[in-house]
Design a protein around this ligand. Structure first.
Ligand code: UDP
Ligand code: MG
Length: 335
């Protein structure tokens, strides 16, 4: 293997995409061939239970530029992409889904922008025509709320189909957080960014791994990692309710002084107990969510564990300039 630095690295997470691996690589390779002389594809097998790994290995044996990181289990797409970003060595790194929903033919347009000096190029889906209106409405609402609550601006319709300059990859690799809401991180790090539009294609095979519940979970995780607003809401709500309670108590005291005690007052008692009880639980839930997040960060577990690699030297330090302290235990090779 010549040790020249590839110009382009393409990072692809695969989770049970066995049937699509070859179709995907067959479409991606010619695009890269045309673009530059030195490229690599870093495939991450995210704990697939089908023949994804076997097919990838077969491709690697035919062409050493197709490299593989095999994770020890399914760590999730975000962790798989982080693994790829760590070990990709190109001067520009492209993230793309392995299910052919992101057309590889868009890559030349992204690379062109990069060559013009843009440091992060993200593909924005032109329409969400494939989604139900309820999903579209929920997405819309989520972006609005996010914009309002946190100080990073998420470009709507932009996903994980992106090109990063090496500087951006280095910055991303230095993000120490374990809860990786990547869209938020991409927006947070800054740099010169530009978008290219594209149409999402139907999945090549199988179905999306993101059910509604998982999406809601990701959405909430995104909000609480980029905004402290929910914590403020608790305090403000508490203050407002206590204020009302004080007024109400004064009102009741005056009323009993003027009209005497009235026995049937238990509904108001019951209502306030229930209401405050509910509110306290909600508040505890929100605080608990942040606490859980802190707990996860404090454990400092690696984001992913590599079982074995093909064509990528993982015994060395990851291909990161200035690996900073928090990264030392990330992606250790466990044998
Ligand atoms: N993926 C992964 N790990 C997972 C789930 C998905 O590496 O736990 C990969 C999957 O193989 C695909 C990409 O991430 O290449 C996008 O996944 P999917 O199509 O399920 O998500 P969507 O397109 O709905 O966002
Ligand atoms: Mg998909």
């Amino acid at each position: 293997m010549p040790m020249i630095q590839p110009e382009l690295s393409v990072v692809v997470p695969f989770y049970n995409e066995g049937n699509g691996v070859d179709a995907f690589l067959n479409r991606l390779e010619p695009v890269l061939e045309q673009l530059c002389a030195a490229w690599e594809i870093v495939c991450i097998n995210d704990g697939s239970t089908d023949d994804t790994l076997a097919r990838l290995v077969a491709r690697h044996q035919r062409k050493a530029r197709i490299k593989i990181l095999d994770l020890s289990r399914n760590f999730g797409k975000e962790a798989a992409m982080s693994a790829g970003l760590q070990y990709a060595s190109g001067r520009a790194v492209i993230l793309i889904d392995g299910d052919l929903q992101h057309p590889p033919e868009l890559i030349p347009a992204m690379v062109e922008k990069w060559r013009e000096g843009i440091e992060m190029v993200y593909a924005v889906r032109r329409s969400r025509g494939d989604q139900r209106w309820s999903t579209r409405l929920a997405t819309r609402a989520y972006y609005e709320i996010f914009r309002y609550l946190s100080d990073v601006q998420l470009p709507e319709g932009a996903g994980d189909f992106r090109l990063f300059d090496r500087k951006v990859v280095a910055a991303l690799n230095r993000m120490p957080e374990r809860n990786r809401f990547m869209k938020g991180l991409y927006a947070w790090i800054g740099f010169r960014q530009a978008s290219v539009p594209f149409d999402v294609e139907p999945r090549g095979d199988g179905k999306s791994r993101w059910g509604s519940l998982r999406l809601i979970h990701l959405g909430l995780a995104g909000l609480t990692s980029f905004s402290n607003f929910p914590l403020h809401v608790c305090g403000v709500l508490g203050a407002i309710i206590s204020g009302f309670a004080v007024l109400y108590i004064v009102f009741r005291i005056i009323r009993s002084a003027v009209f005497g005690m009235d026995v049937p007052g238990y509904e108001s008692t019951l209502i306030s107990i229930l209401f405050l009880g509910g509110l306290q639980l909600l508040t505890l839930g929100i605080i608990g969510d942040y606490l859980g997040r802190v707990f996860n960060e404090v454990k400092r577990r690696p984001l992913f564990i590599v079982r074995e690699s093909h064509g990528v030297a993982i015994e060395q330090e990851p291909a990161v300039e200035n690996p900073v302290e928090p990264l030392r235990n990330v992606g250790t090779c466990v044998r």
